[in-house]
Design a protein around this ligand. Sequence first.
Ligand SMILES: Nc1ncnc2c1ncn2[C@@H]1O[C@H](COP(=O)(O)OP(=O)(O)OP(=O)(O)O)[C@@H](O)[C@H]1O
Length: 641
Amino acid sequence: MGCVNSKKATTTTLTTTIAKPKTPPHVIIQSHLDWTLKSISGSFRQIGNTGTLEKIEEKEEPEKDHDQETAVLVPQNEDSRHLSKPSLSSRWTSSFSITYGGRFAQAENVAAGWPPWLCDVAAETVMGWAPLKFDKFQKLEKIGQGTYSSVYRARDVETGKIVALKKVRFNNFRPDSVRFMAREIIILRRLDHPNIMKLEGIIASKFSCIIYLVFEYMDHDLAGLLSCPDIKFTEEQIKCFMRQLLCGIEHCHSQGVMHRDVKTANILVNNEGILKIADFGLANFTVTNNREPLTSRVVTLWYRPPELILGSTDYGEFVDLWSVGCVFAELFTGKPLLKGKTEGEQLHKIFKLCGTPPDEYWKRFKHPLPAMFKPRHHYECMLAQRCNEFPKTAVSLIESFLSYEPHMRGTASSALNSEYFSSIPYACDPSSLPKYPPNKEINAKLREDARRTKSYRMLITSGALRNQGRVRRPLLESTTWERKQEVEAYIYAVPRINGGCARPKGDRDSLKSSIDVVSEASQVGPVTEMSQVSSTHSVPFPAASSGFASERRRKQGSAPSRLDTKRTLKNQTASVLDPTSVLHAENNFSSNSQDSNINSRRVETTSRRSEENLKLVKPRERIRPHRYNSFNWSDFDSPEN
Ligand SMILES: Nc1ncnc2c1ncn2[C@@H]1O[C@H](COP(=O)(O)OP(=O)(O)OP(=O)(O)O)[C@@H](O)[C@H]1O
């Protein structure tokens, strides 16, 4: 990696500090009119004031104290404005000038070998770094699959060091897509803590829309470990994981970053017992000037706090603490605490576990519709009963994490100072944790798929499905990850086989794709009476893909399936829309410019996937129209739910 050493500009003079580069500097700019630029590819001189570079002979420059170095940076656009927070971080530059400083940064990045599509849009992302070459690594097997990325184990061919390469897909022709990807990198560069995944480098393709993030390799994630029937953590081990998790979260929050996707699959552990928080793809800054509304469509459903499900667009780092509470309970039981299949069901599960929220709770929401989510029955808080086998101090910590009032959740620091950590048994030393065989979410999924495929095969053998014409043999023969997804999509499309959905990996997918599909469709879709009535409000109603209809159907006796989502998507594209979801999508799209990149970047993959999945559904099932215009608590308010 390279590092900017010094830079002067005459037009703009905002000064930020670049502290502690981990690698020697490569780029030196002397003045804005007469400057040289030194990168790994050589030294360059500007010809006149044209911005054209001329290669010059290498010249020795005295190394400066990096902690003292300054750079000229000014926000370039809305996105980078949100990214700039010099006051919160002394560690990394955080803005960018469109004047001389900007051109310097751009030229500097181009000279360092970064592709122009990245330098033009998000120069600050890679500033001071030089790109790594792809042939530096030998790609080994795939170890993770995310919504918009794939993760591979790889070996550094020179050093033999094992790393993780996260291949991120996006559209490099869409600046918002690039900026969204850039935010993850900027946040990762800002954070520096033993319990946060460290970004070691970036490989950027010159022309294609692919970037590889190079991370240190971690042997496990907590989702993988917890899915192993043989692994049961002791109290000391849980305390050890929780302490590390909270230390990492404390660091994020102290740097003004909220993770917004804390879940067991994003908590990695290595064989030395060190835990690191990964996946900052949805992370954002907590404090920004003139803050725009945030999107509520973040955090994987099972770990999502109620205020986000209810559509809050003004929230802070407290959302992470709810997720931490869910992870905490999962460490004890080995199972997710709140496994809703849809947003409505998730909310209902929360109410049943944490009790009905008080009346004041509903008043905070600006929109009238959350009130319709008020449960008809009063639920008492059942947390203590549900966690009766956990240590008392753990229960009270979980109770505070799972508070409806975000500020009652405390902070990561207060949790670290709680009685839970100061009481016996103390957290074990990370190095004393057992060394497990590599175990990740992907392994857990493959195990689950194998199990599901096996039971599917048994059904086929018994003739139960063949008679219904539902067998697609070739799909089941496949073992690759992509084919695996097709298998999964098909199996989900066959009702009553598995009795429901497994881990809602598709949650983010389906939500995001539905947002986009709906948003797209809303431009051509019919304006119904309801949409006209409610159009004065920005309605935080779950998108149609959250499938309240599926709950109704389940209640009526049929098993839920991903078909609901597919039908919904199909219906949406066919302009048969739930008006409230259109409004929600509009709300999130138009007003949440800060976060709209999330959708634009990720939806391309997901909507493609949705289309692929649709192909697997029989045409007769696809064209059946559905309308999801109402929500009724009676769908949930029964003892069996
Ligand atoms: N540094 C790493 N070392 C080992 N495995 C990793 C590493 N980073 C990620 N993984 C694996 O890859 C999986 C997906 O990674 P990550 O969460 O970063 O991708 P993502 O596309 O953002 O996923 P999602 O859409 O689920 O949030 C993780 O659950 C983990 O199992």
